[in-house]
Ligand binder design. Sequence first.
Ligand code: NDP
Length: 346
Amino acid sequence: MFGLIGHSTSFDDARRKAMELGYDHIAEGDMDVWCSAPPQLVEHVEVVSAVGKSIEGAYIDSCFVPEMLSRFKTARRKVLNAMELAQKKGINITALGGFTSIIFENFNLLQHQHVRRTTLNWERFTTGNTHTAWVICRQLEINAPLIGIDLKKARVAVVGATGDIGSAVCRWLCERTDVAELLLVARQQQPLLDLQRSLGGGKILTLSEALPQADAVVWVASMPRTLEIDSSKLRNPCLMIDGGYPKNLDTKFSGSGVHVLKGGIVQFFNDIGWNMMQLAEMENPHREMFACFAEAMLLEFENCHTNFSWGRNNITLEKMDFIGEASKRHGFSTLNLKSKIQAAAA
Ligand code: NDP
């Protein structure tokens, strides 16, 4: 069985959805009630892949909301409790979605393997970052040409270049896509210098230096809501792959030459009879999902019950190849720019 651990995008949203699901006692509670609310297994599902393999899965809502990020102990407890529930339910491989993988890594939850009487078995969990990185790279490769960008001549900025997903994207773009120039953006200098050395190239720039030069920008950092960007300084055309969480870049850009694509999202070839992606605000919730969630499904389809994506900066091109091939074989495709752009480009 595969599992997905997720959360709502805001406190208001979580309360509204809890009401819809019939959890009235939690829905009406204030933030303190939500901070102490246990995780809930809200849905079971069966999925059949494009090659006819059938698997079962479950969605666990961690009852975490982004407003809890500043409450360090609460955020930590929410993620660990959801992982404990997944393990107790006998789920073989569970993806940590949304902020839960970031909390796991940044709050160093590896030190907290014991949750009450349960010893968490890390092999049962994956961040899903290898599939996310592969999907984002393929979204860039598929969609850039559709709007007239030749990646072999293009400058591509990676915002969040030193992160787990960002560094994997950089490796792929250097070695597989062969982009003309890679612009590396993050806040801390030393990891940027280490990355540049390991890639054997790439130009380190600040965000405001990189944006006016970039033909395409891959965003793999959670950017502050207050971030202001002057669209008039961007290149035309410019492809923005919004791979961070939450996905809010479409509210920041205007102008006909700027194309914003939700990054790290895949579509399944068939409808899935679940409601969980409505909670995640997908446009086509019976087919679309985060690539990190799909990674848990792929590992279950492949009987690969191991923490495939784990820790920081461990994603290799070979692992991206493996998960990418599995993704295509079992019926996933990347989310792409709308068909009218494809028709115009044809
Ligand atoms: P990491 O924490 O490993 O990396 C974050 C990166 O962003 C680092 O390079 C960090 O470097 C940089 N960064 C953070 N804040 C800023 C800023 N204000 N300006 C510039 N750079 C910044 O995260 P992951 O690689 O695990 O995840 C990256 C993003 O992808 C997250 O937003 C995550 O939620 C999202 N994600 C999306 C998925 C999907 O859509 N399917 C699935 C999984 C994750 P520094 O601190 O030096 O600035």
